[in-house]
Design a binder for this molecule. Structure first.
Ligand code: ZN
Length: 166
């Protein structure tokens, strides 16, 4: 999103030249530049032996399950966001998170940073923001999450890693 007004003081922004970015919207009152940058979000495939944690969120995809996702908060790393979101949304503990690459969600201006992780302990206690959540056999996962294009890619990458590590 290209900023037109200063989010702090509400004044109209001018354009200021930044040597590596070109013209950037700038508030001279707050002496701050407002870069047109995506929102960082994490997506994680949590693996428990031959099963994977999938969520049902009908408002995102009516007929598909999805992987657990969440926004990266201010003052935390993407990895910290993975641990926090899994704990908050699923109530379980994980370990050995592994980076699987990133993807860009154009219509939502999201940079999706994707991971896989190993289940450690805890019973699933889904947060009230989640409609449904449970363990699905890895062999059925791709079939059950057809509409989730990025999630499908992540699961394929995770399956590849699992095979490599065997
Ligand atoms: Zn301002």
């Amino acid at each position: 999103m290209k900023y037109k007004f200063c989010p702090i003081c509400g004044r109209g922004l001018e354009e200021k030249y930044s040597w590596d970015e070109g013209g950037v919207p700038y508030c001279s009152h707050d002496d701050m530049m407002f870069f047109d940058i995506p929102k960082p979000c994490i997506m994680v495939a949590v693996i428990k032996e031959d099963e994977i944690l999938l969520l049902k969120q009908s408002y995102i995809y009516e007929n598909s399950k999805v992987l657990l996702t969440g926004y990266v908060g201010n003052n935390e790393t993407a990895e910290e966001a993975v641990y926090r979101e899994v704990k908050e949304e699923a109530g379980i503990d994980i370990k050995n998170i592994e980076y699987l690459g990133s993807d860009y969600v154009k219509d939502k201006e999201i940079l999706m940073i994707t991971f896989m992780a190993e289940y450690v302990s805890g019973e699933i206690q889904k947060s009230c923001e989640v409609e449904g959540m449970g363990w699905t056999k890895l062999s059925n996962a791709l079939e059950e999450m057809k509409e989730d294009v990025i999630g499908t890619k992540v699961v394929k990458n995770a399956l590849k890693k699992i095979l490599e590590n065997q």
